[in-house]
Design a protein around this ligand. Structure first.
Ligand code: FES
Length: 373
C-alpha cells in the first residue's frame, strides 16, 4: 500500500481498539501512524493544506487567506457556522499552539475538504503561519465545535426570514451558513428570504467580494447589503432595512464594539432570536474593581490584581496556562477558581462561587481571587 493512500476503514477500526491503545501506551496508536504517514489516524484529526488563496491582495491591512484543508478520514464533518481548533507544532516551540478558526465552507461530511478563512493578526503566530502555509503542510485539528449554527427558533414563531449581521472576519460563519443554504437547494419559493448585512473597513478589505456580488445578483431571495469605511452598524439602519428584525431569526458575528450595538438592538426580543459569536474578546469593561490580589496557588505566584483577565495576569507572571481561542469558546483554558469573584468580560456577569471551573481567558477578577494554576 502506498503511504499516501488513506487508511482503510477496517484498519482504522483495528487501530482504534482498546487493546492496541493499551499496547502502544503512553503515546497511543496515532503517534506511530503519524510517523508512517501524517494522513493516517485512528482517532486524532489532522489535515493537509491543499491550497491557500489570498482574499485581500489590494489591502494594506493584515492579510486574509482562505486555506483549503483535506482532513484525515477521522474528520466527522461539520455543521455550517461551527469552528475548529487548529494545532501547530511550530519550529522552536516546545508546546503545540492551538487557535480556533471558523470554517468558511459549506457544511461538510466525514473526510470532506473544508476551508478556513484566516486573518494573519500581527501577534498571531498560528494565523500568520496558516496564511503563508505551503500546500502539503500538515496541521492538527479538533472535531468541529460550537452551536452558532442554523437552528431556527423552535418555540417562538418567526416571520420566515433569516438575518445575518457580520463585521470584518465575522463574516466567515455566516458565509458557511449561506453557502450551505444555497448549495442544498434553498430558494425563496418556500416563501423564505435571507438578508445579509456586512460591515468591512474598505472595499479592498471586503473578503468574498466576488461571491457576494454573485449571490446578490442571482434570483435567490438573498439580499446582500455591504457597508464600507465609516458606515458603522446602527439600529436605525437595521430597522430601515429589516423593520421586523426582532421577529427574525438573526445570527451576528463581529468585533466586540459592533456586537454590543447589535445586542442592544435586540433588547426585549424573544430569547434565542439573536445568536451571537464574538471573534475577539472585548477588553474588560470598566465596571469591575482592580483591587485586591490574584493568587495562582499551584505555582505559588501572587500579584496585585491588574484588572486584566486571569489568563493575561498569569502570563504576565511568567506562567503558561493552556489556552486555545482566548475568546471564551473552546474551554481549553478552564481552571479551578477556589475563592474570589470573577466577571465574565463578554457578558458582564459575575460569579463568587467557591471551587468553580472558569474560563480564565474571559474572566477578570474583582478583588482578591485564587486560582489553581
Ligand atoms: S482559551 Fe478558549 S475558552 Fe479560553
Amino acid at each position: 500500500m502506498s503511504t499516501t493512500a488513506p487508511l482503510p476503514a477496517l484498519g482504522r477500526r483495528i487501530l482504534g481498539s482498546k487493546v492496541l491503545a493499551a499496547l502502544t501506551s503512553p503515546h497511543g496508536v496515532d503517534r506511530y501512524l503519524e510517523m508512517i504517514n501524517p494522513m493516517w489516524a485512528a482517532q486524532d484529526v489532522r489535515a493537509r493544506v491543499v491550497s491557500v488563496h489570498r482574499e485581500n491582495p489590494d489591502s494594506d491591512a493584515a492579510p486574509v487567506a482562505t486555506i483549503t484543508l483535506q482532513p484525515t478520514a477521522t474528520w466527522r464533518g461539520h455543521r455550517a457556522g461551527q469552528y475548529v481548533q487548529v494545532g501547530l507544532d511550530l519550529p522552536g516551540s516546545a508546546k503545540r499552539m492551538t487557535r480556533c478558526f471558523t470554517i468558511s465552507s459549506a457544511a461538510s461530511t466525514p473526510g470532506e475538504q473544508i476551508t478556513l478563512t484566516v486573518r494573519a493578526h500581527e501577534e498571531g503566530q498560528v494565523s500568520k503561519y496558516l496564511v503563508a502555509a505551503e500546500p502539503g503542510t500538515i496541521v492538527h485539528l479538533s472535531q468541529a465545535q460550537g452551536d452558532f449554527t442554523l437552528d431556527e427558533s423552535p418555540a417562538t414563531p418567526t416571520n420566515n426570514h433569516l438575518l445575518f449581521v457580520t463585521g470584518g472576519s465575522g463574516i466567515t460563519p455566516a458565509m458557511s451558513i449561506v453557502r450551505t443554504l444555497l448549495r442544498d437547494g434553498y430558494d425563496g419559493r418556500a416563501g423564505r428570504k435571507v438578508t445579509f448585512l456586512h460591515y468591512a473597513r474598505s472595499p479592498e478589505d471586503q473578503i468574498f467580494a466576488d461571491e457576494l456580488a454573485e449571490i446578490a445578483a442571482a434570483d435567490n431571495d438573498v439580499t446582500v447589503h455591504l457597508f464600507h469605511g465609516d458606515h458603522v452598524f446602527s439600529e436605525f439602519e437595521l430597522r430601515r432595512l429589516v423593520p421586523r428584525h426582532r421577529d427574525t431569526d438573526t445570527w451576528a458575528c463581529g468585533p466586540a464594539p459592533m456586537m454590543e450595538l447589535v445586542v442592544a438592538a435586540y433588547d426585549g426580543a424573544p430569547e434565542h432570536r439573536l445568536r451571537t459569536e464574538f471573534f475577539k474578546a472585548p477588553k474588560p469593561a470598566g465596571s469591575g474593581s482592580a483591587e485586591g490580589d490574584v493568587t495562582f496557588a499551584r505555582s505559588g505566584q501572587e500579584a496585585p490584581n491588574s484588572g486584566a483577565t486571569l489568563l493575561e495576569q498569569a502570563e504576565a507572571l511568567g506562567l503558561s496556562p493552556e489556552f486555545g481561542c482566548r475568546m471564551g469558546i473552546c474551554f481549553s483554558c478552564t481552571s479551578r477558581k477556589t475563592e474570589g469573584t470573577v466577571r465574565n468580560v463578554l457578558t458582564g456577569t459575575t460569579s463568587s462561587m467557591p471551587d468553580e471551573d472558569i474560563q480564565i481567558c474571559v474572566s477578570a477578577p474583582e478583588g482578591d481571587c485564587t486560582v489553581e494554576l
